[in-house]
Write a protein that binds this ligand. Structure first.
Ligand code: NOJ
Length: 552
């Protein structure tokens, strides 16, 4: 019998999990995680139920920005292992039915990359134009006012050749010149190199930075700048990012991927939603998943979040695949941002919204940001802008596996200190607790992957107020699921006026509530979120007012 059910690709119905290799599992005692460590932990990832592993950069690098400064796009950083280790990892991941996504960093290389060494060697070197070189202004100052994301000017003076070069990030991360077709060809070849090996896609770093204004105009001042912000925020990056020419380049990258079978392009882009969705391209000819960071960027406020979800759902074209993120290696961890109770509600939101979720390693066990004493700070963003609490080290600490020495991460001295509470918060302990964060993630993932309604079903907003968000997920011909989330610590009532329903709570952040039947209204504790399997529901134009308790 022919089925007319839509077929979904692996990245449309699967879950992505980000591994920061430095911090995942060390196997050789040098205090730094490695590829063999990821191989060792594949059983865990398989058990958790994720589909794809995104590895932050694994390439040779001076590690000025922990791998986002690449000195060889086709190799493996020796401390992470060898190419043979990578091949073994890839093979093991595929044998387990999973996928691997690599980080691709096309906006800049390391200043130690042979391309840049050549480029800076003389003004007439054939690779001079592979990077962005400009003369000083008459007074010797940089060509324009652009700032580096990591502090200070984005221009660095090269004494030998008497010009400035542009670096959106560190001095040690010169930007490639994407207006030069040779650069485009070189990076597309790098993509082919890894795709030929069998990697399943890329997470493209800093995509919105890749092309710059042709006239190099000054960026305007940001009227909303406050002292506590990173110095980069002083200007609005109007001319240094998100230039229209970018879309042609992404389309070229996509063409390369499309020459292979089911390969994925995720794009790191921090932009307002209407500009973000432009990166899907017309008829989905650009990135498959422009990362949607709104759950990271917005205040944890139910009305703002509900409105943002609806806006995002509203601006997506029919075939654009939504996606959601609540944490990554650049942002404070969700547990530290909203608290442990709310982090569970956030997990429920992440795993029940329509679209592909990406989980940041350790968030599933509720890992917190770890305070790193000033003399141990490693992150250049923290080092370059001290006193602003901008270091990203706190969210990059070693994975907490068990209660043994260094949480089972390393037998050596860990590159970054661990959370002292690791003896309580670790995978092993949480696996055996049915009230743990890990237990909740596992249940949510299992349910999502079993139920077409939650995996790929339509999203229908039901209700939101200053505490609550509620929506229904339903696929055609399948039972619907009502998700009700209290985004505050205080109790509240869910009394929707637009639907009537009966159902059973199948997952709750407070497990005592599970298996309870509910009808039309629900009382929620603070920090409570629930997934209700609906027996029946209907829209009503206006429900009779619910009976609320009358105070004496
Ligand atoms: C974004 C990456 O996620 C971040 O870690 C890095 O520092 C910058 N891009 C520069 O590559």
């Amino acid at each position: 019998m022919q089925s007319n059910q839509k077929q979904y690709l692996w990245w449309q119905d699967g879950i992505i999990y980000q591994v920061y290799p430095r911090s995942y599992q060390d196997t050789n005692g040098d205090g730094v995680g490695d590829l063999r460590g990821v191989i060792q932990r594949l059983d865990y990832l398989k058990w958790l139920g994720i589909k794809a592993i995104w590895l932050s950069p694994i390439y040779p690098s001076p590690m000025a920005d922990f791998g986002y400064d690449i000195s060889d796009y086709r190799g493996i950083w020796p401390a992470f292992g060898s190419m043979a280790d990578f091949d073994e990892l890839l093979q093991a991941v595929h044998a387990a039915g999973m996928k691997i996504i690599l980080d691709l960093v096309p906006n800049h290389s390391s200043d130690e990359h042979p391309w840049f060494l050549e480029s800076r060697s003389s003004r007439d070197n054939p690779k001079r134009d592979w990077y962005i070189w400009k003369d000083a202004k008459a007074d010797g100052s940089p060509p324009n006012n652009w700032l580096s994301v990591f502090g200070g000017s984005a221009w660095d003076w090269d004494e030998k050749t008497g010009q400035y070069y542009y670096h959106a990030f560190l001095v040690k991360q010169p930007d490639l010149n994407w207006r030069n077709p040779e650069v485009e060809k070189a990076i597309l070849d790098v993509m082919r190199f890894w795709l030929d090996k069998g990697v399943d896609g890329f997470r493209v770093d800093a995509m919105w930075h890749m092309v710059k204004d042709l006239q190099w105009r000054d960026n305007p001042r940001n009227p909303d700048y406050k002292d506590w912000m990173g110095t980069y925020e002083q200007l609005l990056p109007v001319y240094s990012t998100d230039q229209p020419e970018m879309h042609g380049i992404v389309a070229q990258m996509r063409k390369v991927l499309d020459q292979y079978d089911q390969r994925l392009m995720i794009a790191e882009i921090y932009l307002p939603v209407h500009r973000l969705v432009a990166y899907y391209g017309v008829q989905e000819k650009e990135a498959h998943l422009p990362f949607n960071f709104m759950l990271i960027s917005l205040p944890w406020d139910s009305r703002q979040i509900a409105a943002a979800i609806d806006e995002y759902e509203g601006v997506l074209a029919q075939d654009d695949q939504p996606n959601w993120v609540i944490g990554n290696h650049d942002q404070p961890r969700i547990t530290s941002r909203v608290g442990a109770g709310q982090a569970k509600v956030a997990a429920m939101l992440l795993l029940t919204l329509r679209g592909t979720p990406t989980i940041y390693y350790g968030d599933e066990i509720g890992m917190r940001d770890v305070p790193i004493p000033p003399h141990e700070v490693r992150d250049p963003q923290g080092l370059n802008m001290p006193g602003k609490n901008l270091s990203r080290d706190p969210e990059r600490t070693p994975m907490q596996w068990d209660d043994s020495i260094n949480a089972g991460f390393t037998q050596g001295e860990p590159w970054l200190r661990l959370d002292r509470a690791f003896r309580r918060h670790n995978v092993k302990a949480e696996k055996s607790s049915d009230i743990s964060s890990l237990h909740l993630y596992k249940k949510l993932i299992e349910l999502r992957q079993q139920e077409p309604s939650l995996m790929t079903g339509a999203y229908r907003p039901v209700y939101s107020d200053h505490q609550l968000i509620a929506y229904i997920r339903q696929a055609e011909g399948q039972p619907g699921f009502l998700v009700v989330l209290n985004l505050t610590h205080r109790p509240c009532y869910f009394t929707p006026t637009t639907i009537r329903f009966t159902g059973v709570i199948v997952i709750d952040t407070l497990p005592e509530q599970e298996e309870v039947s509910v009808k039309d209204t629900i009382n929620l504790f603070g920090d409570e979120g629930m997934v209700v399997k609906l027996d029946d529901w209907q829209s009503v134009s206006s429900n009779p007012p619910h009976e609320l308790p009358v105070l004496p």
